[in-house]
Ligand binder design. Structure first.
Ligand SMILES: Cc1cc2nc3c(=O)[nH]c(=O)nc-3n(C[C@H](O)[C@H](O)[C@H](O)COP(=O)(O)OP(=O)(O)OC[C@H]3O[C@@H](n4cnc5c(N)ncnc54)[C@H](O)[C@@H]3O)c2cc1C
Ligand SMILES: NC(=O)c1ccc[n+]([C@@H]2O[C@H](COP(=O)([O-])OP(=O)(O)OC[C@H]3O[C@@H](n4cnc5c(N)ncnc54)[C@H](O)[C@@H]3O)[C@@H](O)[C@H]2O)c1
Length: 463
């Protein structure tokens, strides 16, 4: 007989955990199904370990710009200590503390692989071959995340490439690393391993890095990588990978016929949703692609509105904080409240933790124009404010605002520079809250902070 819950959540990454907890908070009974570790990709093989690996390089870079401190810096970064801290920050790949959190949040943790077997029905298969049938009285939430896309390059799969898992969990620093891709995973991990001592070559098919952000971002991040000693190759792609027996030296042949040799190869070429073995066909949907949802995160094309999808699996915004945002709406909607995930389209923030950092929220100028908005932009160099020089001699960066001229509100903001990720939330508030420029004029930035650049931007705009 099936065990009945109000809500069954499949996948206990950040999105699944939050959706379940929010529903449980409203008094609903919730089963949380997980086949690996509670906490998901983000906690063990993505956001958390990558940021641990990046921070020492950034701290050193900032110190190199601090007069009087620079002179005291001796020797290389202690990679062993960094890797040990990484292990502690990922709880040594154990999820006991997350399980305790889930139990405290009144979630029933069910270990195993979940799969839909029909409307509101989920079968959970354990590693030991056991099976449990669950039934959802109100809703099933899909939060199964995404996995790396390994493109069909000759010899690549046979070369045992690193993906984000080995790329964040390696116990050793490879002497030479070749990174394929030019998105956030590629630039962050190229920077991290370079700082820890690897000779890194990054191979990007496109003309620039981080192509979803304003073009100056890619240029400045590429320069930052080069300054750190990464070889950045743009406009070329891997055509063949050769690694006899799948171990030892790997040779990558590029589209310009150059050969790059390395000790490891990291694939960072995007992600695919984990929907292939999820039983979607039993409810009239197709696997192998994102679960398309409406603004209430309900799967489109499923009668009765009982199936929800949040986080990477719906392909909207592959970011932890956006998955958790969607999950809060899902939990509330299932509990009978009115909610809608409108920030996805309008005010999604992202920080890339390279040095310089890159941070953006809302629309780029190109996207705003594409949407037909009457756009005007203002751009300023961070060096123009005293706060930047006080943070470090020679530090620089750029801020660009995209303004909707008709409504006199900001619809997009992009920052590059030292620790600008911490400046992003001011822009997110302005965009999500549609704060008018005339009101922002009275939001006075403190002297001498880097945020004074807001004042310069508004003055430039004509206020
Ligand atoms: C290297 C890297 C760095 C990143 N850094 C950042 C960052 O700094 N900031 C940021 O916002 N985002 C970052 N991201 C993106 C972020 O990791 C994802 O957006 C986030 O993990 C998505 O959360 P999720 O809950 O949707 O899925 P996931 O975290 O993938 O969790 C899904 C869970 O579902 C489980 N599961 C899957 N299928 C089943 C099944 N059938 N049955 C049971 N369980 C199942 C999985 O085991 C997993 O635990 C990074 C990604 C990578 C690769
Ligand atoms: N700090 C952060 O917020 C952070 C960090 C890491 C990842 N993430 C998120 O995780 C997701 C996955 O990141 P990602 O970097 O893997 O994906 P991505 O989609 O951002 O970038 C993929 C890159 O691979 C390249 N590429 C794809 N196919 C290729 C091919 N066949 N040949 C050559 N190049 C090819 C693309 O040009 C692109 O540069 C993203 O949505 C990202 O936002 C976020």
């Amino acid at each position: 007989m099936a065990e009945a819950f109000d809500v069954v959540v499949i996948g206990a990454g950040p999105a699944g955990e939050v959706a379940g907890a929010r529903a449980a908070q409203a008094g609903l009974s919730v089963a949380l199904v997980e086949r690996e570790l509670l906490g998901g990709e983000c906690s063990y093989w993505a956001c958390v370990p990558s940021k641990v690996l990046l921070r020492p390089g950034e701290a050193r870079w900032l110190a190199e710009h601090a007069t009087g401190v620079r002179e005291t810096l001796k020797g290389a970064i202690d990679a062993r200590a960094v890797l040990a801290y990484r292990d502690s920050m990922v709880s040594n790949y154990q999820d006991d503390s997350q399980v305790k959190w889930a139990e405290d949040a009144k979630l029933k943790v069910v270990r195993g692989t979940g799969r839909l077997t029909g409307p509101r029905k989920v079968r959970v298969e354990g590693k030991d071959g056991s099976a449990r049938e669950l039934e959802a009285r109100k809703a099933v939430v899909l939060a199964t995340g995404s996995q790396p896309r390994i493109p069909d390059v000759s010899g690549l799969k046979e070369a045992n490439p690193w993906d984000n898992r080995q790329g964040t969990a390696s116990k050793e620093v490879p002497k030479r690393l070749v990174v394929l891709g030019g998105g956030a995973v590629a630039v962050e991990l190229a920077q991290a391993w370079r700082v820890l001592g690897s000779e890194v070559t990054l191979v990007q098919r496109g003309k620039g890095l981080l192509s979803r952000m304003e073009p100056f971002v890619g240029e400045q991040v590429a320069q930052g990588l080069r300054d750190a000693g990464v070889r950045v190759l743009l406009g070329v792609t891997a055509t063949r990978v050769h690694r006899p027996g799948g171990k030892g030296e790997v040779t990558v042949t590029l589209s310009n016929d150059e050969e790059v040799r390395a000790d490891e190869i990291l694939v960072a070429m995007g992600r695919v949703p984990r929907t292939d073995a999820l039983g979607l066909e039993t409810v009239g949907l197709q696997g192998g692609k994102p679960v398309e949802v409406d603004d209430q995160l309900r799967a489109k094309g499923v009668e009765g509105g009982w199936l929800y999808a949040c986080g990477d699996v719906n392909g909207r915004n592959l970011l932890t904080h956006m998955g958790k945002y969607q999950a809060r709406q899902v939990g509330d909607i299932i509990a009978g409240k009115q909610a809608r995930a409108w920030a996805d389209a309008k005010a999604t923030p992202q920080v890339v933790f390279t040095h310089p950092q890159a941070a953006g929220v809302g629309l780029t100028e190109a996207k705003a124009r594409e949407a037909g908005l009457p756009v005007r932009t203002v751009e300023k160099a961070l060096e123009e404010v005293t706060g930047t020089s006080l943070l470090g001699k020679g530090l620089s960066g750029t801020v660009k605002l995209v303004v909707d001229e008709k409504r006199r509100i900001i619809v997009g903001a992009t920052f590059t520079g030292p620790e600008v990720g911490e400046m992003l939330h001011a822009a997110t508030i302005a965009i999500a809250g549609e704060v008018s420029l005339d009101t922002l004029w009275h939001a006075v930035p403190a002297f001498p902070t880097v945020s004074e650049v807001w004042l310069k931007l508004l003055e430039d705009y004509g206020l």
